[in-house]
Design a protein around this ligand. Structure first.
Ligand code: FAD
Length: 464
């Protein structure tokens, strides 16, 4: 019998265990992770040059530190970025927890430098152009760990937890929850081909974006209060660093939000990677989706950034994850299982992009196995119209952004929809069961997921 069983060793799970230790907990803590320790995680693409669709899971998103290890490691230090947790616990408390959690990242080796806090006159100039274009510029200081440094930092965290008595079991997949009389009393896990039950007084599920549809199925099976939330559908845009130079230098990450005509849906930039690389991640059902990251040292001549359109559904439809997956599947089908890439000018001209045409441009794709084609054949009209309108708005802030050669990769999908209902103390409708991080639908970034872990630990310890 464990006091606390945490499922998923991503930032949310890690910071739950860490904060319990920091607050002097004597709880018997078990951390279950279906992937490997951080030092044993390895993506073969570095050698093969293409995604090998690893089985049984993708090493980019699975293993100690979750989607964080191979991520760009950009810690957003403003409560307006990274998810809706502040609406649950209040903006001031959320910011206090961000500052505290940031200090832990610093303790474990994060770079002291913070991007996006200087050059106030230059920021004013960018904001003025954003206003003229009808866009909101969100101020967000960013601490950039960098992909390789993030792995070292999470290794230090992993060793700290192990040295301080947290039991971490790798290669163990949680299959289900055990519920008795309306309370959660344990989990069913699969390990070495066998299913066993592990009992716990408190069960914390923090399975990340990859675990979002699994958790949605559990919510339906066990009647855990939840509601379909937002799903984000979009593209990854890539252009030359020269085009993005000013925003890269001044803001590092330009967080722009707009509501283009005629639909006026929320469209935003997300995860900007100056000198970065477009990447691919594969979900369990072989869905290939596009992402982006940047290294601290190794740089490309390009900048990539996601453009995401939020989709909310109304009655009678309530399966946002399935909706986004279908769009992804059709896009993958058109690219023969690869990520599709198309030039912005070709989209406006109503034609596909041919592989040879990619060589005509200043910008060369950093995702080498992306296949040139027609993303508009799979993207819903509403999303495509939103994306085109938004790119043209951003062009007024970043001249050249809407140029003919700008590359659009698809599908870029964010599965954080299913939102588990909870109160400000993080209680769900099932006693002793807590759901954290990206899989809970309340966070969508490293910092906010880490913050939710810190908060979880404090709630379990009964301290603020
Ligand atoms: C390529 C990439 C780049 C990113 N870049 C950034 C960035 O720069 N800045 C930023 O803020 N965010 C970034 N993100 C998002 C960020 O990584 C996530 O928001 C964050 O990691 C969420 O933390 P989490 O703890 O909720 O889940 P995760 O980090 O996803 O961790 C969940 C863990 O649970 C494990 N798990 C899942 N299901 C089970 C199961 N059934 N049994 C046992 N274990 C299970 C998984 O293996 C995983 O290790 C990026 C994501 C990706 C993929």
């Amino acid at each position: 019998m464990y006091d606390v069983v945490i499922v998923g060793a991503g930032p949310a799970g890690i910071f739950t265990a860490l904060e319990l230790l920091r607050k002097g907990s004597r709880h018997k803590i078990l951390l279950l992770e279906k992937g490997r320790p951080v030092e044993k995680r390895h993506c073969p693409k570095a050698e093969t040059g293409r995604c090998m669709n690893c089985k049984p899971y993708c090493h980019i998103t699975t293993g100690f530190s979750g989607a964080g290890a191979f991520s760009d490691g950009k810690l957003s230090l403003n409560h307006e970025v990274g998810g809706d947790l502040p609406s649950l616990i209040g903006e001031f408390y959320a910011q206090e927890l961000i500052d505290y959690t940031d200090s832990i990242y610093l303790e474990f080796g994060a770079d002291e430098h913070v991007e996006g806090v200087d050059h106030s006159d230059k920021v004013k100039d960018i904001r003025k152009r954003a206003i003229q274009a009808g866009l909101k510029l969100v101020d967000c200081p960013v601490r950039h760990l960098g992909t390789e440094k993030a792995q070292q930092l999470y290794y230090a965290l992993q060793q700290y937890l192990l040295e301080h008595g947290v039991e971490i079991r790798f290669g163990v997949e949680c299959r289900n929850l055990v519920l008795k009389d309306g309370a959660c009393t344990g989990v069913i896990v699969a390990e070495g081909g066998r299913e066993t039950e592990i009992a716990g007084r408190t069960i914390v599920v923090a399975t990340g974006r990859r675990g979002a549809d699994w958790l949605e199925a559990l919510c339906a099976e066990h009647h855990i209060d939840h509601k379909p939330g937002t799903v984000d559908i979009g593209v990854r845009v890539e252009c030359r660093n020269e085009v993005m130079e000013q925003v890269n230098k001044v803001l590092y990450e330009s967080k722009l939000i707009g509501y283009p005509r005629p639909f006026k849906n929320k469209v935003r930039t997300f995860c900007q990677n100056p000198g970065g690389f477009v990447s691919q991640e594969n979900y369990d059902n072989d869905l290939a989706v596009v992402n982006g990251h940047s290294y601290k040292e190794k740089k490309s001549p390009n900048t990539n950034v996601a453009i995401l359109c939020s989709h909310n559904f109304t009655e009678p439809f309530n399966q946002p994850i399935a909706y986004a997956q279908k769009i992804g599947e059709v896009t993958n089908m058109l690219g023969a299982g690869h990520i599709l890439v198309q030039r912005f000018g070709d989209i406006l001209d109503g034609k596909r992009t041919w592989q040879k045409e990619l060589a005509f441009s200043n910008v060369r794709p950093t995702l080498k196995d992306a296949v040139a084609g027609d993303i508009t054949a799979a993207m819903p009209y509403r999303a495509m119209t939103n994306i085109i309108g938004f790119i043209q708005m951003v062009d007024q802030v970043v001249p050249g952004f809407a140029s003919t050669e700008t590359l659009l990769y698809s599908p870029e999908l964010k599965f954080y929809s299913n939102r588990v209902n909870m109160d400000a103390d993080l209680h769900t409708s099932i006693a002793n069961l807590y759901c954290l991080g990206d899989s809970s639908g309340w966070t969508r970034g490293l910092m906010m997921a880490s913050v939710m872990g810190v908060l979880m630990a404090r709630k379990l310890m009964g301290v603020r």
